[in-house]
Design a protein around this ligand. Sequence first.
Ligand SMILES: [Zn+2]
Length: 448
Amino acid sequence: MKKIEKRALLCLLLSGALVLGLCIFSVRFFLQGSQWASFSANQHLYAGGGLSRGAVLDRNGVVLAETKDGKRQYNESKSVRMATLHAVGDSQGRIGTGIQTRLAGKLSGYNPITGVSVTGGTDITLTLDSQLCATAYEALNGAKGTVGVYNYKTGEVLCMVSTPTYDPQNPPEISEDDPAYEGVYLNRFLSASVVPGSIFKTVTTAAAIENMDDLMDRTFHCDGETVIGGAKITCPKAHGDLTIGQAFTVSCNCVYGQLASELGADTMEEVTEKAGLMDSISVSGIDTAKGSFDFDERDKGSLAWAGIGQDEDLLNPCTMMTFMGAVANGGKAALPQLVLDGGGLLDALGSKQTGELIEKDTAETLSSMMRDNVLNNYGEGKLEGLGLCAKSGTAQVGGDKTPNAWFTGFLQSEEQPLAFIVLVENGGSGSQVAGNIAKQALAAAVGR
Ligand SMILES: [Zn+2]
């Protein structure tokens, strides 16, 4: 009898394992089947060198990629092809964030019951304006970097360009150690984390506004250099006596080092975390890279540099742009979206919002300081009357390398609620180099 009992138990266990295995398989089949079917080794889909199904369009209906005679064809303009490579993706699946890779299942008409459709899949319309992307790409003029512009009320990303790039219609041979193509498969806007430099002073300013009661009445002083916790903090020149507004406009390192050191590591961390800069956000299902910061109370020198946006600080361009949207929009903003329409993929525009990234009053004060930066320092260019608010950054990247140039901010405009970010790697001056690219992209975005 004992033997039979043992065998029955064994049978029960084995059949239990079988049922469990089937359950796991079924769940994974329904959740991931589309990815399995569109795996790049599935030549039924990729025959002819390209995904042989639905088209990818921009917001104006311009075709960015489609299948013709069994071959994947991209937009006829080379600038548009180069500018939208990281959004659209390539035929080889090398651009991981490309919509052709991420939504391959949708494009191929995949369905868990019937499999890949023979008659063709869904077309996907992106939120991007491909002409605007091409303008931003040309403004980058061969430099490595990224340009992002989005509507902080609806979430539509109008411009997303990452360089270096290449032509998906005629993909070049790229050798791994070719410096011209360094990180070419990476979408810098969504997937890079970069030293922010002075654009991070927006966050330190927010922390100071919320935690220093006498901030607006204080007079700071800059001798051109100071020592905090044994670390030497320097400015390009002695800025003399400064209000906080003036220190923000001239981007005084000595004052911002002092602010971070006075605020303390916990406060700096709390405000940075609240701003969402340590988290990743989901942009139509693509998770952005997380930022990282190391605020250390025991090392005041490194804390001071962290408050200036240097030290170990790393920031993702897309999350920073979203934070700028929240500053413009009274504390919260729409989450960026890349897909405007795509067979049930659509989230209603503006339906997905961030949490409160900054207090409303703080956002208003910071906005007016960023507005003063433009009026007193950067200039408005063609953007007069749109309430351009901005902060530039010129981030040291170590050694003898030319600094990274940054420019970020937003338009305070009901008709044109746009936030933006520009990074030019080793570009030099933030306000000059990145600022000019941002102004060109924004002018194109608002039709000027
Ligand atoms: Zn200074």
